[in-house]
Design a protein around this ligand. Structure first.
Ligand SMILES: Cc1ncc(COP(=O)(O)O)c(C=O)c1O
Length: 400
């Protein structure tokens, strides 16, 4: 079959979280007791009012094709959401709906990148930015942001990385995998650089927007610097905040020309996102919102269980995430040690495998562009999380 598959496939890989999730399922099928902390989705159910709205849409036979990039009602709700929560005014032709934030980002890359165009990706980052850039013929430029800077991009770093071929800067706050949250002042500092480089667009991935801890306030770059609005794609979706990962609805706001071209592309791939899911997303965005803050508080409680446990494990350090539901911990302190079975834990991967042998699965930092780290998702109940923390502590204590 050599020559049959397109060379672009050689540039990309399967999503590491999907692969890790599959490994956990396989180990469990073999009867192994493994706590899976690999999955990037909340364990909460989709809210009842949202499920009801979907059932009602089905009963009304809203089961046909809709406008390619979303029903008028849903796009109107998206516009109102951006106004209400982000103080962003979008005209009717400036918002779009797709099958998840993932398709929005994919559409944007495919619609704008030409061979040789560069995409700046502050890392650690969600791996898909890199692969989607590659599949769209672009060149990903990872900008490593170390732990000392809170895993965040600084203005100097950004300024130094911009070239005439830079097309996009990816921003993601709260971040997957670090939980880092950019403050208004930090976004203002980045904006100042971007205002001097008029050819650079910003993709602001706000998918974890409401999952914020310790009373933080949310800020998105097009709101912080309105002059950037004409070259910002503000991406969001219902997956994480409303526990609707399987429904596949993401949305975005941007200048009309970009929105139009993204919809053109979508018209030749998926067409409209599922009509029933759109009715559900409409209810999520327009119905009662109190569950959102309750769930964020519950995630904060879980963070406050797992992060101290990781810091108490010998050789590990974990900075405190300000949002999302991931603990991204440094495992440099365990490398070079020896496991009870005599095997050396030489690399991040060895340690990840050692943890799995001890009943806890996470994802290696390399999947997000930095080592030596492991990402745990703490979107799981407190009893299981506590057990996972205890297993990690025991496993670390057993290394010599
Ligand atoms: C940073 C980030 N952006 C986007 C997505 C995709 O979300 P959706 O389910 O809307 O496609 C994810 C999902 O893991 C994510 O972590």
């Amino acid at each position: 079959m050599s020559g049959f598959f397109a060379p672009r496939l050689d540039r990309i890989k399967h999503s590491p979280s999907n692969a890790a999730g599959q490994m956990v399922r396989e180990l469990r099928a073999q009867g192994r007791d493994v706590i899976g902390l690999t999955i990037g989705e909340p364990d909460f159910p989709t809210p009842d009012n949202v499920k009801r709205a979907a059932a009602e849409a089905m009963a009304r036979d809203e089961t046909r094709y809709t406008t390619v990039d979303g029903t008028e009602e849903l796009k109107e709700a998206v516009r109102r959401k951006f106004k209400r929560e982000n103080n962003l005014d979008f005209a009717p032709g400036e918002v779009t709906v797709a099958c998840g934030a993932k398709q929005i980002i994919y559409n944007a890359m495919m619609a704008t990148l030409s061979e040789g165009d560069e995409v700046l990706i502050p890392v650690p980052a969600w791996v898909s930015y890199l692969d989607m850039t590659l599949v769209a013929d672009g060149i990903p430029k990872p900008l490593e942001c170390n732990e000392a800077s809170g895993f965040k991009l600084t203005a100097d770093r950004l300024d130094a990385a911009i070239t005439p071929r830079t097309k996009w800067l990816m921003l993601n706050s709260p971040s997957n995998p670090t939980g880092a949250v950019y403050s208004r002042a930090e976004l203002a500092a980045l904006s100042e650089v971007l205002l001097r480089h008029r050819h650079v667009w910003v993709l602001s991935d706000d998918i974890y927007e409401h999952l914020l801890f310790d009373g933080r306030e949310y800020a998105t770059i097009a709101e912080v610097e309105p002059a950037l609005r004409e070259r910002t794609l503000t991406v969001n979706g219902v997956s994480k905040v409303y526990a609707m990962t399987g429904w596949r609805i993401g949305y975005a706001g941007a200048p009309a020309a970009l929105i139009r071209n993204m919809a053109k592309l979508q018209s030749q791939s998926t067409s409209n996102p599922c009509s029933i899911s759109q009715a559900a997303a409409l209810e999520a965005l327009t119905g009662p919102q109190d569950l959102v803050s309750e769930r964020a508080l519950e995630l904060q409680r879980r963070r406050d269980v797992i992060v101290p446990m990781l810091n108490a494990a010998r050789g590990l350090t974990c900075s405190t995430p300000g949002g999302a539901f991931y603990a991204f911990f440094n495992c440099a302190g365990v490398l070079g040690k020896t496991a009870p079975n005599g095997r050396e834990v030489a690399t991040e991967r060895d340690f990840a495998l050692y943890l799995i042998e001890n009943g806890v699965a996470g994802i290696e930092g390399a999947a997000y562009g930095v080592s030596p780290y492991i990402r745990f998702s703490f979107a799981i109940d407190i009893a299981t999380l506590t057990e996972a923390g205890a297993r990690v502590q025991q496993a670390c204590a057993a290394l010599s």
